[in-house]
Design a protein around this ligand. Structure first.
Ligand code: SF4
Length: 337
């Protein structure tokens, strides 16, 4: 078994909203409700789901950008969910983030070389000016950009090049984990593929682990070792990527996957359409949170919440249907279609 680098146990995040004078009328939104997973060194775990499912909040809790309401987060066995301001600063050296919009994550008035040098300077990782320049040049080379880029401004680069600069900046402190929050979503298809290949190469060279947050299963297929599918603040299925892509077990995973086009014209997928909008996390449905949109929902689903349970091949699923004997499950599934 690979060594766990990052462990998230029972993570919860509740945001308070509204409330007048004295806090009357204040309500809460459970963005994340009891999420648990591990990430090994050199592994990529993708977290996928629709907008509002809580996946980005999980990333922000790991980075200590927001404080969890409950649960524990460990990096190499050390708790990192309740750190002091100084300790959070040190944590930034080990856990970095690459954002969706590379332009807004770079200071337009800072030359690219200075932007990449900033974490090296902040963490005291260069003893001299010449060493700093050498490290910046190495990082530019690592992400496939020429050294001359160091003297240029962010607006002189394309979206893909700017994302390479963002990745170089994230790599500067030699982090153990990088959170990629929709890191390729804003890029053109061909540029997406280049950045995915770059991230895979970098992982091979540096053994960095990625938590790859995305709404797009097609992208995740090309980079993740395992995939966690989130719905309304909870993980509903977690499995190796192959299992998710070729034999998804949860109805929500199947619906997400059925919307992904297949490049091979000889292969077909049954289109499973999920109706309606994702319910409000301020007032989630009782029982299974997916029952208001699930075509297979039956009585039990409306009252009893399914637990995320381990199945075969390293897969965990939260669905009552998968607990039934195969023939019984098939009858209910057929009735739901
Ligand atoms: Fe659908 Fe019921 Fe399974 Fe939820 S528990 S996904 S409602 S079949």
């Amino acid at each position: 078994m690979p060594e766990n680098l990052l462990s998230v146990n029972g993570l919860q995040k509740r945001f308070d909203v509204g409330g007048g004078f004295f806090g009357w009328g204040k309500t809460g939104i459970d963005a994340v409700s009891g999420v648990s997973f591990d990430v090994a060194r050199g592994e990529t775990l993708a977290i996928v789901g629709e907008s509002g499912c809580g996946k980005s909040t999980v990333g922000r809790c790991i980075l200590s950008l927001v404080k969890p309401t409950d649960g524990k987060i460990y990096l190499e066995g050390h708790r990192i969910d309740s750190l002091s301001t100084n300790e959070i600063r040190d944590l930034r050296r080990s856990i970095q983030i690459v954002f969706q919009d590379p332009f807004s994550s770079l200071n337009p008035r800072q030359r690219v070389g200075d932007a990449i040098a900033e974490p090296l300077t902040n963490f005291g990782l260069s003893a001299s000016r010449s060493e700093l320049t050498e490290k910046v040049n190495d990082l530019l080379q690592l992400v496939g950009l020429p050294q001359e880029c160091a003297d240029r401004w962010p607006h002189e680069f394309s979206g893909g090049q700017r994302q390479r600069i963002g990745i170089a900046r994230a790599l500067a402190s030699s982090p153990k984990v990088i959170i990629c929050d929709e890191a390729v979503s804003a890029l053109d298809v061909s540029v997406k593929a280049q950045i995915i290949n770059l991230l895979r190469d970098l992982q091979e060279k540096t053994d960095v682990a990625f938590v790859f947050i995305s709404h797009d299963l097609a992208i995740v297929e090309n980079i993740a070792h395992r995939v966690a599918v989130m719905y309304l603040g909870k993980i509903v299925e977690l499995a190796p990527t192959k299992e998710i892509i070729f034999s998804p077990a949860h109805p929500y995973t199947r619906a997400l996957l059925s919307a992904v086009p297949i490049a091979d014209p000889t292969r077909r997928r049954v289109r499973e359409v999920i109706k309606g909008e994702i319910p409000s996390p301020a007032n989630p449905p009782t029982g299974c949170r997916f029952h208001t949109r699930c075509p297979y929902a039956y009585d039990r689903c409306r009252t009893e919440e399914p637990k995320l349970k381990d199945r075969d091949s390293g897969r965990a699923v939260a669905c009552h249907l998968t607990e039934l004997p195969a023939d019984e499950g098939a009858i209910i599934a057929d009735a739901g279609r």
